[in-house]
Structure formats: structure tokens, C-alpha cells
Design a binder for this molecule. Sequence first.
Ligand code: HEM
Length: 402
Amino acid sequence: MTPNDAVAFSLLSDAFQADPPAMFAAMREKCPVHHANEPAPHFSLTREVDVGGSLRDDATWSSKFGPGLAFGEPGTGVLVSSDPPAHTAERLAITRIFKPSAIEAMEGDIRRLVYGLVEGFKDRGRGDLVADLGMPVPLTIMCWMLGTPVEDIEKFRNWVLPMAEAVAYVGGRQANETVINAYKSYGEYFGAHIRNRMEMVDADDTLPDDLLTRLLTVERDGNRLTFQQVMGFCQFLLVAGSATTTLLIGNVVKRLMEFPDQFEMVRNNRSLIPNAIEESLRFDAPVHGLFRTNTCPVTLHGVDIPVDSKVLMMFGSANRDPAAWDRPDEFDITRDLTTLKRHAAFGVGIHYCLGAPLSRMEGILALEAILDHLPRLRPDGPPTHVRAPVLKGFEILPVRWD
Ligand code: HEM
């Protein structure tokens, strides 16, 4: 029996999707380098030491073929699909927009947005926490950053999940009709939007002070990012910046409802809100894992990984590894905040999430508004899990309150 036979893992299987932590535990113990042929040949790393160690070794574990299962074309993507030195320069150019002081400056607007939404539906007594709050908060902020009308978030929402699903599909962007249509609609909408802004840049018009302007005007060695690169970055951001934070908001609320003693604790002690957000990220990492491709043959735990293999780095499993965490399968918001922040939900190494401070702030403000306005929040029927295989969380979370 090979180690692989010991655990039947597939990202797309019901067994995995029904209970990811159980599958992760079996893989960590019985086959820490797992090989699967479904939906296409790839390896998975699940131990914290292997996931963290590999992600810190970006010379061996490249992002140039993209973070999905499909092999993207090297050199066409930015940031999450690039390696140093290009990645270093791209990151430097964009970091300014995401630095903590820039995010802090957005706090007032985000607070108004979150409280406005909650005050708008609080008298209803029941609702879907995802549609009412978790989805509109990060998508509205994406509209602010990308300079699109806020009314278009309904449109964007329909593209975001199919695009996220495509990460785990062999065909990537060509995976199926829904994915193809999502990319087509995205291409038409953002193609026109970005070209329009490029014309404003060329005409020296007064430009909106947003992320899109920065992407189009940032220079490296006298060169600007190409239209294709900006298209790719905005697409990545739309998914990475919204779907994930939507999941975080749903996940933390779901766990607090499941553990009423901890809900009570945070209600009585608001200083525990950041811990609740961080423990949610550790316990229910919104992204199970993302792929790297090895630039040379690697042998790990006796398993040969041939050069140019797609290898799934399981953030969610690293966060539940008993070798790294005390009582990893207990949801406990009283854990030390500094220790908690070492979870891998935002990635590890040079690709560590640029949006981490922003999504933390969104989560904290969402929880504050819930505690202020939705007393005795409780489940109102079973939630619907998100369909994208690499994501963890809810597409619908029915709740009620007094
Ligand atoms: C709970 C919310 C979020 C989670 C769980 C999350 C997760 C991640 C992960 C795991 C990575 C690493 C990718 C890799 O290693 O290949 C990443 C990178 C990134 N994230 Fe996030 N993210 C979140 C929110 C956001 C937001 C709100 C934004 C921006 C508005 C954002 C922008 C980015 C960018 C630009 C990168 C690429 C960094 C690089 O390649 O250097 N993320 N994120």
C-alpha cells in the first residue's frame, strides 16, 4: 500500500468538502506529501512545517504558473502569479496603497458603510448574513478601490464565485460555461473601464485617487504595467479581495452562534473582537490552499515530486496542525493574539496577503455592528456552503435576531 492509498483525498470530493479538518488530519499523519490525479495530477502538502517552509523558499516553489491548478502562461500575471524580481517590483509599487496607515484612513468610510447596511436591515428580525452584510461590504470597498459604480456589485458578485471555482479546475478559465461567461463579462466590463481610465491618464485629466489610477501610472524602469497586467490584477483583486472577506464574516458569525459562551464573552468584552476574527481565520481559513510549481525535482518525506509539478499548499491544514498549535481543533477566542496572528490563512512568505489589514478591519467593524444592533443573533435554518472547492465558508447564512 502506498501512502496515498491511505487517504482518498480529492479537492472536489464530497468527503473532503463535508469535513476538511478530518481529511487534513489524515493526510498530515498518513501521507504528508499526497499525490492525487483528480481533477488533474498534483501534490498536496499539509504539515505546517512543510507548508510554511516551502512558501518561504520561493526560489524552489514558484508562482509563475499561477496559484491555480491549471498552468497559466508565465509572465502574463502580476503579484500572485509572479516571482522575484518582477514580483518584488510589483509589490513595492502597490504596497503603498495597502499600507496600514492607508487602510486606517479608510476606517471612517468603512464604519459608515457597515453600520449603514446593518441599520438598514436590523428591523427585519431575520435575513441572510452573507447577502445582507458579508458580500456587500468587501465588494463595495473593491468598487471604491477600482473606481466602478457601487450599484454594480450585484453584477460583480455573479462573476466572483465562478472565477474562484476555476482555481481548482483543470481548464482554469475555460473550465465550463459559467466560468467562461464570468471571464467574458469581466473582460467586457473591465476592458472598457480600464481603457477609459487609460485615456484619462494619456490626456492628463484629473484622475481619481484610487488603486486603478495607481496601477496605471506606477512606473518601473520607465515602464508601466501593460493593459493585460492591469486587467489580470483587477480580476485577481475582485476575487481575492471580496470572496475571502465575505467568507471570513460568515465564518466568524457562524462559529460564535455555535459557541454561545464565546459569543457572550465577546459581547461583554469588545477587546476580544480581534481575537475572534483571528481565531476564525485560523480555525476556518477561507482559502484551504493555493498552488505552487517546483522549479527543480524535490524529495520530501520519501516522495519524489518531479520538476514542474503543481503542489497545493494547504493553509487550512497548517492552521490545524497539532505540531504547531495547542488544541488545534478547539475554537477558542481567548488565545493569545500575537501567537494567533501567525496562522497561515493569509499565506506565508513573499506573497503574504497585501489585503490582510483591510480584511481584518472589515471583519472587526462587521462584528462590532452586529454586537451593537443584532442582539441574540442565532441560526435560522441550515447554511449553504460556497461551491468553490478551494474556499471554505457560506454562500447563504440564514440568521434571526430579536
Ligand atoms: C479574509 C480575507 C482574505 C484572505 C483569507 C486572503 C488570503 C490570501 C492568501 C492566502 C494570499 C497568498 C497567495 C499565495 O500565496 O499565492 C493572498 C495574497 C494576496 N491578497 Fe489576500 N486575502 C484576503 C483578503 C484580501 C483583500 C481584502 C485584498 C485586497 C483588497 C487582498 C489582496 C491580496 C493580494 C494583492 C495578494 C497578493 C500578494 C502577493 O502575491 O504578493 N486580499 N491573500
